[in-house]
Design a protein. Sequence first.
Length: 180
Amino acid sequence: MQAAIMDAYIRELYKHSELYDDKKEPTIRTVDLSHTVIAENKKPIEFDEDSEQKPKELGTFKLGEKVNVVGHIITLTNVHYTKERNEFEETQPKEVLGFDIEYQNGTKEERVVSAGDFEVYESKGEKMEVYALDTLTESVQAGKHVNGPPAFGVTDNAPYEIFFTEYTTGSKAKWIMEVK
């Protein structure tokens, strides 16, 4: 997809330049630092939008269920309010919601996972913010896993909806968390 977009962009720039000849498409060459031609393309790259993966709503899951969101394998457990606060924050949330994340990288590339990858909404639909405590932020090699806690400043309007969205496809999983 990115190659097709870049190809179209370069061709459009060329067509608006003084070099453009209406009779033929430009030849786009990719060269390395020594000016050796690595690739050459005389025809526009075709891009089929239907071939792209469509975002999927994967459903609503329970705490403890292992959920595969396009290779990001996530298990959420141990939801709780914590008394821990960040003394350097100017304003303090009414409650701090914590839970545990087990993240396994089922993709073929290194991924970074952090509390900011999750969105928390309270029962009235308001989005809650990540709270600055010692929360999960890790680089995870392909096939490896990591555990850690996130913290969110919340309003005490449970139950909470927690979403994880895979950024390249838009596929999304949702958990409902009731704090006891």
